[in-house]
Design a protein around this ligand. Structure first.
Ligand code: NAP
Length: 170
């Protein structure tokens, strides 16, 4: 069985890593769609698709997880067309794992089996909270794999977020 998950992974955190491990207990391989691939350099979506690709592939490989395919997926301006758009970019898959109500609905209407994912440690492992910690000088490194922490430092990601948050004083 080949599974699909789609998320924005802004950034890829320890909850996402546990989710991949859980899904691979049931699936032979996993396709990880990097959603909203066209967005970067905003407070909600600070990292580019390439940076997110590097975060996920490095983390999984260094954790000896190799049964994955990474596919950047740009948004489209029509929800009913989105599933066909995803299908056009990914290898064939048998099942979608998601908790996002819109994503679930769109795949159910196309007759896919849709399962839920376990959201662990949600009060800490949340992209929104991690980005807030980065902005406010909190200990965000504890909530992401060490590989992600390394890459965020390499690309000066925290300073990028802080610059994006600055009000224009010009
Ligand atoms: P998602 O990955 O399904 O996540 C939904 C929520 O669950 C997010 O708050 C996410 O938080 C959280 N989550 C997911 N896995 C988790 C885990 N293991 N542990 C803790 N929390 C977890 O939804 P999404 O991030 O909104 O991604 C869906 C993508 O599909 C988006 O890029 C969206 O634009 C795209 N999409 C596009 C269209 C279109 O183009 N028309 C239509 C539908 C969807 P985190 O922030 O922590 O990940």
């Amino acid at each position: 069985m080949r599974a699909l998950v789609v998320g924005r992974f802004q950034p890829f955190h320890l909850g996402h890593l546990e989710m991949v491990r859980e899904i691979l207990k049931e699936a032979k391989s996993i396709i990880i769609g990097i959603g909203s691939a066209q967005y970067s350099h905003t407070l909600k979506d600070p990292f580019t698709a390439g940076e997110r690709h590097l975060m996920i592939s490095t983390t999984l490989e260094e954790n000896k997880i190799y049964d994955f395919y990474l596919v950047p997926i740009e948004d489209v301006n029509s929800n009913p067309l989105w599933v066909a758009h995803v299908e056009s970019l990914t290898p064939k898959f048998d099942r979608l794992y998601s908790n996002n109500p819109l994503v679930r609905r769109l795949f159910i209407e196309k007759r896919y089996r849709v399962d839920s994912v376990n959201l662990l440690n949600r009060d800490r492992w949340s992209g929104t909270r991690i980005r807030e910690k980065m902005l406010k000088g909190g200990k965000w490194q504890e909530d992401v794999p060490q590989q992600v922490s390394r890459i965020v430092e390499e690309i000066d990601g925290v300073q990028r977020l802080r610059d994006l948050a600055r009000e224009d004083v010009g």
